[in-house]
Design a protein around this ligand. Structure first.
Ligand SMILES: Cc1cc2nc3c(=O)[nH]c(=O)nc-3n(C[C@H](O)[C@H](O)[C@H](O)COP(=O)(O)OP(=O)(O)OC[C@H]3O[C@@H](n4cnc5c(N)ncnc54)[C@H](O)[C@@H]3O)c2cc1C
Length: 500
């Protein structure tokens, strides 16, 4: 039986639940991290060189970079924990799960370097054996392709019971998209050839115009909903946005190659341990007043912090929850209003062992079931415990989020069973992270831009506003939406603050 206690809300009120489930908070300071500022032995300074808003990976990296350069920093974090979208918990079965990001790939060099520096090991994500593909109720067991570019959604197309005309249509549609991707201006997407035309249509409009095959259309929709793009429907976002994301965060560079031994969440914990005296938890920033070379930052509790500059390292739509004085320039204001977060509910079912492995199966599945379009094996190399992971995305995540926790679990488990059989029906534990309901994230994996936004508002994307610099994975020019992008954006913002 699955205990209800395992439905873990990651918001501020849920600290007790997180602590009791073993969320990886800093070992040395786990209790002080839960206390308010008055109880901390050393409250962060209110007069520093740079204030950082947000103690996710990006903000922590920015703070660390500045500290190493000799600057005094204070990090203000809204939640009662660090890490933002990087958070792990230990399972009672002896495993670790990540509520947010979990994978890393070979070209994510900044994140790999950080893991190496902290001597955190990684292991191959399990893709051995055959995988499951379900299309319109028909379940097929097939090998994954060796070459992603020749695959049908990772699968060896020759093993799928699809019409040759459908396979050809899917191949052609993906090749058309890749032609657009190859033309994208990665640093300034609004300067891409034909940018206005690409940006004025939704991905869905383009799909409909370019293919009549239902399954070919599904491959692109899958990319927007499930691939590392951001939990949105093809009808919601600009074609230019998808092309840009595929140019700078390409699926064919295998961002899901390795899992992190002990969970990704420990990385934020390690960074926070270094910065402990500079971090103020439970300190949502509400007000930023700025001149040419001075900022005043005020938190919800009314505490004022002064600095020469500020780095805002939060998901872009959340900037709307901060009052800026003077107001942000119109182009920046327009940009953040037109770039909502995607919607993802991530869930894990935990079993005593990865039973699918002994059946020669990988744990990876793709299909068009009512709820789940993807599952993956997140178990440790030993397969004990066995952990199946899934992401409920976009419209489905919104609908699922309206149900109560038990009904959500049942709906997810029904689809797990369709992919992996009756043995999947009885996990020892079930975890979910409902990111759209998280006050301090409001969605996942990242944000996306609506049609017309890149070309009208794009130039504001990374542009500092006086002494305000922007960090957070969304402002990275490489691997935005991923851990690697969060690091790059944090480092880049820190360099800009140093140059002020
Ligand atoms: C379900 C899911 C799966 C993912 N899978 C992967 C993966 O496998 N691999 C990968 O590389 N990436 C993955 N990602 C993305 C990755 O987790 C993020 O890109 C990265 O963690 C973002 O870091 P960040 O610091 O930019 O933002 P965040 O982690 O969102 O940090 C922002 C911080 O700012 C705080 N904050 C917000 N508003 C305020 C305010 N007003 N005042 C003070 N603080 C504030 C928040 O509490 C938060 O701690 C995934 C994300 C999710 C959610």
């Amino acid at each position: 039986m699955v205990s209800r206690r395992r439905f873990i809300n990651l918001g501020g009120q849920s600290l007790v639940a997180l602590a009791s489930s073993g969320l990886l908070v800093p070992k040395t300071a786990s209790l002080s991290y839960a206390q308010n500022s008055a109880e901390k032995s050393q409250a962060p300074s209110t007069n520093v060189d740079v204030i950082i808003v947000g103690a996710g990976l990006s903000g922590l990296i920015a703070a660390r970079t500045l500290r190493k350069a000799g600057k005094a920093v204070t990090v203000l974090e809204a939640r009662t924990r660090v890490g933002g979208r990087m958070a792990s918990t230990k399972t009672i079965e002896g495993g670790v799960i990540d509520f947010g990001g979990q994978w890393v790939g070979p070209t994510q060099t900044r994140f790999l370097a950080l893991l190496d520096e902290f001597q955190i090991k990684r292991f191959d994500s399990h893709y051995e054996g055959k995988s499951v593909f379900i299309w319109n109720g028909k379940r097929t067991i097939a090998n994954l392709a060796k070459d992603y570019d020749k695959s049908f959604l990772f699968f060896d197309p020759s093993q799928l019971p699809l019409l040759p005309s459908d396979l050809l249509a899917a191949k052609e549609l993906n090749q058309k998209l890749m032609k657009i991707v190859a033309q994208v201006n990665r640093e300034k997407p609004w300067l891409t050839p034909n940018a206005k035309a690409l940006d004025s249509q939704t991905i869905q409009t383009w799909i409909n115009q370019n293919s009549r095959s239902e399954i070919a259309r599904f491959t692109i929709a899958w990319l927007t909903r499930q691939g590392g793009e951001g939990g949105f429907e093809p009808s919601e976002a600009s074609l230019l946005h998808l092309a840009w994301k595929q140019a700078v965060s390409p699926q064919n560079e295998f961002p899901e190659t390795w899992l992190i031994d002990g969970g990704a969440g420990q990385v934020a914990v390690r960074l926070a341990q270094e910065l402990n005296d500079a971090i103020q938890l439970n300190a949502p920033v509400r007000w930023i007043e700025y001149g040419d070379k001075a900022v005043k930052v005020i938190t919800k509790a009314g505490i004022t912090y002064n600095a020469k500059s500020v780095i805002v390292a939060i998901p872009p739509p959340l900037r709307m929850g901060i009052e800026f004085s003077p107001p942000l320039p119109a182009q920046m204001s327009g940009l953040i209003q037109r770039g909502p977060m995607g919607s993802i509910i991530k869930a894990h079912a935990v079993y005593p062992n990865a039973f699918w492995r002994s059946q020669g199966l990988s744990g990876m599945a793709i299909g068009n079931l009512p709820l789940l379009e993807f599952t993956a094996d997140s178990s440790p190399p030993s397969g004990k415990p066995g952990i199946l992971t899934t992401f409920v995305s976009s419209n489905q995540a919104v609908s699922l989020g309206l149900l109560n926790a038990d009904d959500r679990r049942q709906a997810i488990m029904r689809d797990f069973v369709k992919y992996w059989g009756p043995q999947a029906a009885n996990p020892t534990n079930f975890y979910e992270a409902n990111w759209p309901s998280e006050q301090w994230t409001r969605g996942a994996y990242t944000n996306f831009l609506t049609p017309g936004t890149w070309t009208s508002f794009g130039p504001a994307w990374r542009e500092p506003v006086g002494p305000i610099f922007w960090a957070g994975t969304e402002v990275a020019t490489r691997w935005p939406g991923y851990f690697d992008g969060a690091i790059r954006a944090g480092e880049s913002a820190a360099q800009s603050a140093l140059a002020l």
